[in-house]
Design a protein around this ligand. Structure first.
Ligand code: THU
Length: 140
């Protein structure tokens, strides 16, 4: 687990970042070799983590954000307050994950974490609605 020692970050964000970074270590990415970790914070205050899980049939790959969200849903927690994405590079959720997360809270907070940055660097913090304006909802 990597340290997140920036004192300015609220504890709930710190824990979320630590969970995303830890989950990244479990990424199953033998094809892309691109490890991604994610963690969601629920309204109840619980954190659920996930990592990308690839497949020999490439299109079956599941992104880290979706495995984290599914872990929360499977535990009966659908109120997602925030998500942290942790990867070395430019940490943003892909379009499919934006839509997937939009299902549960279009205005959730999204923390974009690069675990290679120094502990003093706060991850960029955006709203899902900024990343996915006019996300699709099945409203008749
Ligand atoms: N990936 C994620 O886990 N989340 C994203 O938002 C973008 C991409 C994964 C899928 C695949 O295993 C690897 O990154 C390379 O695309």
């Amino acid at each position: 687990m990597q340290d997140v020692s920036n004192a300015a970050l609220p504890p709930k964000w710190k824990n979320l970042i630590v969970a995303a970074r830890s989950a990244r270590a479990h990424a199953y990415a033998p094809y892309s070799e691109f490890a991604v970790g994610a963690a969601v914070l629920t309204k109840a205050g619980d954190i659920f983590a996930g990592c990308n899980v690839e497949n020999a049939s490439y299109g079956l790959t599941i992104c880290a954000e979706r495995t984290a969200a599914c872990a929360a849903i499977a535990a009966g927690q659908r109120d997602l307050v925030a998500v942290c994405i942790s990867l070395i590079g430019t940490p943003v959720p892909c379009g499919a994950c934006r839509q997937f997360l939009n299902e549960f809270n279009p205005s959730m907070t999204v923390l974009l974490d690069n675990p290679n940055t120094s502990a003093d660097t706060e991850p960029e913090c955006v709203l899902l609605s900024e990343l996915l304006p006019r996300g699709f909802r099945l409203e008749r």
